[in-house]
Each structure stands twice: as C-alpha cells, then as structure tokens.
Design a protein around this ligand. Structure first.
Ligand SMILES: Nc1ncnc2c1ncn2[C@@H]1O[C@H](COP(=O)(O)OP(=O)(O)O)[C@@H](O)[C@H]1O
Ligand SMILES: [Mg+2]
Length: 341
C-alpha cells in the first residue's frame, strides 16, 4: 500500500463523532495512529476535557500543550510518524484567544478568577465551541517556523469530537456565533474556523455499533451535517463480532430449524459430556445459537440502513480482551487496510 492509497486524500482535519459509548475516543486514537505512517505527524485533539486520550495511551493527564504520545506504525521501509495529543481546555483556549486578539492574557487570567470564563463557558456555548474548534483548526493551518509557505506542522489533525446529538451545533460555528458577534475579532475568528471546517480539508466521520440507536443517530447526524454543507466522511462500524456459523446454518437456526439430535451427537463426538446431561447442553446451546442468529439478522438490517447513507464504511472488530496500546495498532491496521487512512 502506498502513502496515497486512502479514501480521504486531501483531508487534513478528521472529526470523529458518534453516539456516546460507541467508541469515539478509541476510534479517533486508532485513526490518528493509522494516519501517522510514512513519517507523517498527526495531532489528536480531545475537546471534552475527559482525559480519555491520556488513559488510552497510558500516560499522565495531558497538560494544555501538545505532547507526543505514540509513534505510528512503520510500513516497509517507511518509519512511522509521531502522534501528538492535546486535551483542549475551554478556559485555556479563552486565554489564548484573548492573547491572540487583544494581547490580554494577563488580564484574562485575572478575569478567569473573577468569573469571565463562566460567561464564556456557560452563558455563551457558541463562543465556547468556537474556542475549541479554533484550537483544532489552528493546528491544521499551522506551518513550520510560522512561514506562510512553510510545510504544515501536522499532516493531519484528528478530533475526538462531541457526540452526534451535539455535533451539528458544535461545527456550525458561524451560525452559533452570529447571534453573539456581528462584527469584530470574534466574528472574524469564527469565520476563519468555519472556512476550515466547511472546506474539503475537513471530513466528519461517524462511529457506530450495529444497533438501532447509534445507527439512527448516525443517519440523523449525516443528514444534519449535509444540510450545513459539511463533508461527511466514513462510517466506522465498531465492535463488529464475526458470526460463529456460516450464513445458511444461521438462517436455519434463526428459523428455529435446528436438529437437536444432530447437535447432541456432535457434542458427544466432540467428547463433551461430563456431569451434565448432553441433551440438556445441546438444548442450551441451541437456545444460544438462536439468540446469536437473531442478533446477526438484526445487525444485517442495521448494515443495510447504514448503506443507504452512501458513505464509505469500515469495520472495526470487537477486541475481546479490552483496549490497550496493542489493540489500537490493530485497529489502526484495519483502518489502513480498508482505506480509511
Ligand atoms: N473495538 C472495540 N473492541 C472492544 N472494546 C472497545 C472497542 N471500541 C471501544 N471499546 C471500549 O468501549 C468503551 C467505550 O469506548 P470509548 O472509545 O471510550 O467511547 P466514546 O468515546 O464514544 O464514549 C471503552 O471501554 C472502550 O475500551
Ligand atoms: Mg470518549
């Protein structure tokens, strides 16, 4: 596979959303690793202050500063690039912002103490969001030595974003800020942020499991973001479990068409008897197979619903022993093989 072989050529800001608990943080981390091949540097940004990334990479809580957390996979003769991580904190982002536009960091720090930051974070969520997205888009635009024609510091930025229920408002920056600031630096800043988010450089990926609720949230989210004119990215189907039986047998099991006698003979042949009655074990196994078959059938139905969104889809396996750094590399390899990175 070459460095060019991805479905998202030209995308430099990968926003990862999905229903809470579907695996956004895990998948965003795996995607960052996958993108950090061929010596490319990637920044993984967390915007909800949960320090999920630090936990995942097994390092102490991230300071409000970009810090290297991993090295991407080597690929043949190509070494991996570096993965940096940043947990964006809205208060720090506000201070940055005051410094950038008003040279007011010190005053800002005093204002934090007297509660201005409460204004920014609770009274004006639009402003809070633009500070958070602003951090990510600044990293996307940042060039080496501040030289406007220098190389990009980060080849890609991956954002572990808010869940599907909030993603539209979160990314629709200018509309949210419009009520707050019609002119002036806040407005200009929001427009700069929006230009990056609404450009072909940005794609918003959805993580889902094959269950009704997360799939529905994905479909609603896709429609909403398209309505804002944003580029919808891939659908990352997470925690995929392979079926334990071939399709024809699954179908038979789902119909309740299961030969208990045959199953019992099979179990005996396999040497499964022991203290329990083999017929009893066979009946229990048949019931479990029935549950499994129905689940597989439901999953197939959810896959069809996802297919209707007409976006590229990628499968990520359920990792049985829980997620560690090794499993992140495994998920990253899956993403690369399937062309997500
Ligand atoms: N592919 C996977 N296989 C096994 N466990 C997973 C997988 N993806 C996520 N998890 C686990 O599911 C839980 C939720 O994942 P997380 O990435 O924190 O979700 P979110 O950020 O959407 O809330 C975590 O315990 C995580 O380790
Ligand atoms: Mg998370």
């Amino acid at each position: 596979m070459t460095a060019r072989d991805t479905d998202w050529e030209g995308v430099r800001l990968h926003v990862v959303t999905g229903k809470g608990g579907s695996g956004k943080t895990t998948t965003a981390a795996a995607l960052a690793l996958a993108l950090a091949s061929h010596g490319r540097n990637v920044l993984l940004v967390e915007v909800e202050g949960r320090q999920g990334i630090a936990q995942l990479f097994d390092c102490p809580p991230l300071p409000y500063k970009e810090r290297k957390v991993a090295v991407g996979p080597a690929n043949g003769a190509f070494p991996g690039g570096d993965v940096y991580a940043l947990a964006v904190d809205p208060e720090e982002a506000l201070l940055d912002y005051l410094e950038m536009f008003y040279n007011l960091r010190r005053a800002g720090a005093a204002l934090t103490r007297i509660g201005l930051v409460d204004f920014a974070t609770t009274i004006a969520p639009g402003l809070r969001d633009v500070l958070l997205t602003g951090k990510a888009t600044e990293a996307v635009r940042r060039r080496a030595d501040g030289n406007p024609r220098g190389r990009f510091v980060y080849d890609a930025v991956v954002m572990d974003a808010p869940p599907t229920g909030r993603i539209g408002r979160f990314l629709n920056v200018t509309a949210e800020v419009a009520g707050l600031a019609k002119v002036g630096p806040v407005r200009t800043h929001a427009e700069t942020v929006q230009r990056v988010i609404a450009s072909p450089q940005t794609a918003i990926h959805f993580v889902t499991t094959l269950e009704e609720m997360p799939v529905q949230e994905t479909l609603d989210g896709v429609t909403e973001l398209r309505g804002y004119g944003l580029q919808v990215g891939g659908i990352l189907i997470n925690m995929v479990r392979p079926p334990v039986l071939p399709p024809a047998e699954l179908a038979a099991v789902a119909r309740g068409d299961i030969d208990l006698g045959e199953l019992t003979v099979g179990l005996k042949t396999a040497g499964i008897d022991g203290d329990r009655n083999v017929e009893e074990v066979a009946a229990q196994l048949a019931a479990e197979l029935g549950v499994h078959a129905r689940r597989v059938a439901l999953e197939k139905q959810e896959r069809r619903r996802l297919a209707a969104a007409r976006q590229p889809r990628y499968d990520l396996p359920l990792i049985a022993d829980g997620i560690d750094l090794g499993s992140l590399y495994r998920l990253a390899a899956e993403l690369r093989e399937q062309g997500a990175a």
